[in-house]
Design a protein around this ligand. Sequence first.
Ligand SMILES: [Fe+2]
Length: 331
Amino acid sequence: MTELSGCLQTITPMVFNFSDKLDLPSNSVLWALEMFSTYLSESDMQFRDLSPKIDDAKLSYFDQKDPSSFEQFKLRIQTAQPTHGSLPLIDLCAGDGSVRNNADWAWQIYNTHFSEQVLKCHPMGSYLRSTLWMSCGEHRYDVHCDLFDGFLFHMSGYKRVRVWPVPQKKREIIVFNHSDFEGRMASEPFDFELKPGQILFIPSGAMHEVISLGKEPAVSVSFHLGSPFPLPTLCIQLNKMLQGGSVSLPPNMNSINKFKMYFFEPTRFISETDGLNEGMPEDLYKSLTEVLQSKNISENTMLALMSSWWHIAMTHQLYQGPYPERLPEYK
Ligand SMILES: [Fe+2]
């Protein structure tokens, strides 16, 4: 376990300094601009109209299909106007995925610092998304939270990241979604002023807001890792295992909107004493069966079903990712 991977599934945001062994691009601003130029159509680029009050500055988006968008983006970056761009570099799930050209060094970072511990923390399989972020001109990336533990490698320029640790009350909820931003911001926030060479750990579910500071372009690469399990996917898998009867979600829990969809984190229930061959941990079983609607399934069948699912999930890399739409059969 490295210093960084020791943060996986912990709850306190914190900053680290890069170790000497990282093999990063020598000029990260040039590298980032090249990536946006090459992969314009797959980037997400936004900017704010200058306004006397930054909070009122309206958010607009570049047209990624228009080739001239890159030059406009670059000009705004070079003249320090509020601008922001992001581009996925690595997308890996269920043993399948891709690493973008010129982002091999990010894959190296994952392999060196995270892969071993990720396997231990997430025996059912996990999702990895690495993303390039470039911003400048006091651009504010709106407050939100992510489903995954996040590590932000900050390479150039300056940014302030305000992080609200997940309140205890929220951490105790077993079947959760991320719709209650206000409740997630009930904790006292931490402000991190990131300098090049630092890495910020943001725990999954912790609200955060990012502002680029000063005139230099801010370049970072993030790694998001975890195995939050969508309830719609659980239903699909349970129904495949059933011979007769069915399980479903109540209508108010059926949304697949990224902040409204419901999840649980099975790997938070793995403890040394459980062992992988035991049935589903009791707390998790209770919380899931409280929300799942079952038709023509006896209590005993439900118990056996959930036990089998748990056993398969923990021993066969069952995880298929956080987005049910990846599954063709999901409607
Ligand atoms: Fe985020």
